[in-house]
Write a protein that binds this ligand. Structure first.
Ligand code: SAM
Length: 271
């Protein structure tokens, strides 16, 4: 069993722990936004976690963790769950969503597009699949789960300016901003230096949790939780927007990376 270790960095709390244990101890209705990417059960080479449970064990485990997430979330909170299937387990994300119906309403289903071809030009990066049967998987799911499906979202804050500016006056919009919709093109950042590389097999770019936070909306008191923190990307997004982050990660090395990344950002911000 992993011994729980808690530390604070700036306004953030980092736990090296099994998230199921920490979640049980967090107060009910104390978190505004949960953003997380759990292990996908694809056999990824994490340092310590074995990413290959039976499908039933995986679903039961995730359902238990998500029940605790529902308990710690405020009634008007949002849970952004990033997950993807694979060619060998294409149903898994959907099976999980069906299990979570008793806990949450699926308010929005966003596709995180990692790479896209527009005409003959491609943008972004993806891991190529060499197969006569399957096409490359260029997107992942971001399921926006809420308790009752009635949480107002900040469509314009997470939105885009109009391309055709004549729409602003013609359709009487208050600002040069429209909803961006449910396809989010967020490429991985290209890492060129050794310093910028950290050894973790499954991170998301900081722009993803940032966009989730913009969509949910926030104020200076908002609390953001990532129970599968990995290298701390969600906490970096929270710091960038001036919010409090709570991160839980079972692997000591990944907590170290999260700590270093957060420290570097705090130093940049003069904290
Ligand atoms: C997909 S990764 C998250 C990556 C993260 N979004 C980032 O950008 O770095 C999932 C993480 O969950 C961690 N993990 C697995 N089981 C855990 C548990 N029971 N409690 C806490 N963390 C766990 C793994 O070590 C892994 O780092």
């Amino acid at each position: 069993m992993i011994r729980t270790r808690r530390e604070t960095l700036g306004r953030h709390i980092l736990y090296r722990a099994d998230c199921a244990r920490v979640l049980k101890r967090l107060p009910s209705k104390s978190v505004d936004v949960v953003i997380t990417s759990p292990p996908y059960n694809l056999g990824l080479a994490y340092r310590s976690y074995k990413d290959r449970l039976s499908e039933e064990d995986y679903l039961a485990w995730m359902e238990g963790v998500c029940a605790q997430i529902s308990r710690v979330m405020r009634d008007d909170g949002s849970f952004f769950l990033n997950i993807a299937g694979s060619s060998s387990q294409p149903w898994l994300p959907f099976e999980l969503m069906v299990r979570l119906r008793r806990l949450f309403t699926l308010q929005n289903h966003i596709s995180w597009i990692k790479s896209v071809a527009v005409g003959d030009v491609t943008y972004g990066h993806f891991k190529p699949v060499n197969s006569p049967r399957f096409v490359n998987r260029n997107h992942e799911h971001v399921f926006h789960l809420t308790k009752n499906g009635d949480v107002p979202v900040e469509r314009l804050q997470a939105g885009v300016p109009f391309t055709d500016k004549s729409n602003i006056t013609r359709r009487q919009h208050a600002a040069d901003r429209r909803c961006r919709g449910d396809t989010w093109f967020i490429p991985y950042e290209t890492v060129r230096s050794r310093k910028g590389k950290f050894s973790h097999p499954g991170t998301f770019p900081r722009a993803l949790p940032e966009r989730c936070l913009q969509l949910h909306g926030f104020d200076g008191d908002s609390v953001v939780l990532d129970p599968f923190m990995g290298t701390g990307t969600t906490l970096l997004a929270a710091e960038k927007l001036g919010l409090q982050g709570i991160g839980i990660e079972a692997d000591t090395s990944y907590v170290r990376v999260a700590r270093e990344r957060l420290r570097a950002m705090l130093a940049e911000n003069g904290v």
